[in-house]
Write a protein that binds this ligand. Structure first.
Ligand code: ADP
Length: 493
């Protein structure tokens, strides 16, 4: 044995002490021994250094054994203590074992001493290892618990219930605070999901599929799931720590999904916008280019009559381009440049627009009907005015043969929403064009004046105000009613 052992011997007889020390050395133990024979001495020795083992006689004149043992247990709970005594009854021995003695050796049979020491040291090593492992286990448990409880992600530990391979339900075994916050579900531990959200198996079969697959195969999966029952998108990572069990780690991504969808829509709009702009700007450009060619030819031939005509076409095309570009500029300004918001009523806006268009109204002999109901708004007055102005202008433009042309301006409340409308009895719009007309440069009659930008301009203003715009029309000759909401600027209804 190579280890260097520090052994504290509680013994009042110096001769016995020396005898034991010699015995140990003779039997191959490399030891450093020390003797104490009083409680104070024991106290000091325990304080002074750390011992591998205590060998103790029973009662000494200055030290009652049980007092000594108590002291040892308090100072070093795991220190092995072997009693080296004269004869002792069985009952006493059992009692002492209960009090924390590790082994007994009789003074007149010291051959048992070395094996008893080796046994005790081995047991002590095993005890240390177990204690160490227990400590680590406790630490790691505490670490996982705090991770589980304080994680930003929602976490649910569940057991899947199957009928054969068909998932029937699952039980929440544990969930963390984030899970409760994200899902709005409280006190779910121990409950079945069918109890917590009745009908979820039918509304969200996809979710069951993923969980049961992972619980059966043990193979982790990650995916985006829309949980209809909660109305939220989740990024879920599912693991299986044990058969038929799964842990689902949740991250709510509804906002991100909405932003992605919006981005996709906007990208599509931008693509469409670029396509339309380049397409519509090209036609006047082609006209200019073509007539420049004619111009060269007619100049060479000194054909004055055609020259004038060429120049007229070039002018016309240039005017058209200017119109398109002006409208594009106006469209791009919405949302970037805003006037100071002011309080203004719907009636003020409608009246201002009607006054601006007084000439055209008179020319068309239009019959204007401004409804009584009024609403107070707080917003960018000139931009808001543009909505009514453009809609009234269109009603005048697309009046067709209606006599008299009747234009109604009003506001109504529907399902808690304030809806403004501009209604006419003009040419009407077939249902397949109800959405298209709000696109950039979209016009149903190519010969009509205007660049086909008015409605997209209005749509942009309305959307800036958090609202929507739509048209109702039974088709050609039935008139149209343009409806729109402006939730962000409506103050009172
Ligand atoms: P523009 O009037 O310059 O052509 P708009 O964007 O204002 O462009 O309108 C797009 C198209 O929608 C118009 O060309 C027209 O075909 C149709 N439209 C708009 N308003 C009406 C209306 N009140 N009645 C019938 N058709 C309309």
């Amino acid at each position: 044995m190579d280890e260097y052992l520090t052994i504290l011997i509680i013994e009042d007889s110096p001769a016995d002490y020396l005898f034991v020390e010699r015995h140990l050395k003779q039997h191959g133990l490399s030891v450093q021994c020390s003797r104490v024979d009083s409680l104070t001495g024991l106290h000091e020795a325990l304080d002074r250094e750390s011992w591998d083992l205590v060998l103790s006689d029973y009662n000494l004149p200055d030290l009652v054994f049980l007092d000594g043992l108590r002291l040892i247990r308090t100072a070093c709970p795991d220190l092995p203590v072997i009693m080296v005594t004269g004869a002792m009854g069985d009952e006493k021995a059992v009692e002492l074992l209960r009090q924390g003695v590790w082994d007994f050796v009789l003074k007149d049979n010291l051959t048992r001493l070395v094996p008893a020491i080796l046994r005790s040291l081995k047991a002590k090593r095993e005890l240390d290892e177990r204690r160490y492992a227990e400590e680590r286990l406790k630490e790691s448990e505490a670490m996982y618990r705090s991770l589980f409880e304080n994680m930003m992600n929602g976490l649910a530990y569940c057991r899947m219930l199957f009928d054969g391979d068909t998932p029937l339900d699952f039980i929440f075994l544990n969930v963390n605070k984030s899970f409760e916050r994200q899902s709005g579900l409280k006190h779910v531990v121990g409950k079945r999901v069918s109890e917590v959200i009745p009908g979820i198996r039918e509304t969200d079969p996809g979710m069951f599929e993923v969980y049961s697959r992972v619980a059966l195969t043990g193979k982790a999966e990650q995916q985006e799931i829309y949980v209809k029952a909660l109305g939220e998108w989740f990024w879920v990572s599912v693991y299986s720590p044990a058969r038929e069990h799964f842990v689902a780690v949740f991250d709510v991504i509804t906002e991100r999904k909405q932003a992605e969808e919006l981005l996709q829509r906007k990208n599509a709009e931008i693509e469409q916008f670029i396509y339309t702009v380049s397409h519509d700007l090209r036609s006047p450009l082609v006209t200019v280019k073509t007539f420049m060619g004619y111009l060269e030819k007619d100049m060479a031939e000194d054909d004055k009559e055609h020259l004038v005509q060429d120049i007229k076409f070039i002018h016309g095309a240039a005017d058209k381009m200017k119109l398109l570009l002006d409208d594009l500029l106006e469209l791009s300004r919405i949302g970037r440049i805003e006037a100071e918001p002011v309080r203004v009523s719907f009636k003020d806006l409608a009246t201002e627009s009607l006054n601006t268009l007084a000439g055209a109204i008179k020319e068309n002999q239009a019959d204007i009907h401004l409804h009584d109901a009024d609403v107070l708004l707080f917003g960018d007055r000139p931009r808001l005015c543009l909505i009514w102005q453009n809609l009234i202008e269109n009603a005048l433009k697309y009046g067709g043969n209606a006599t008299p042309l009747r234009i109604e301006l009003g506001v109504r409340q529907e399902n808690g929403e304030t809806i403004f409308f501009v209604k006419d009895n003009g040419i009407g719009i077939e249902s397949q064009y109800h959405r298209i007309i709000f696109g950039i440069f979209e016009k149903l009659d190519p010969t009509s004046t205007g660049a086909g930008m008015g409605l997209s301009l209005i749509k942009r203003i309305v959307e800036k105000c958090g609202g929507r715009i739509w048209v109702e029309s039974e088709g050609v000759g039935t008139g149209s009613c343009f409806n729109f909401t402006l939730p962000r600027v409506v103050l009172q209804s």
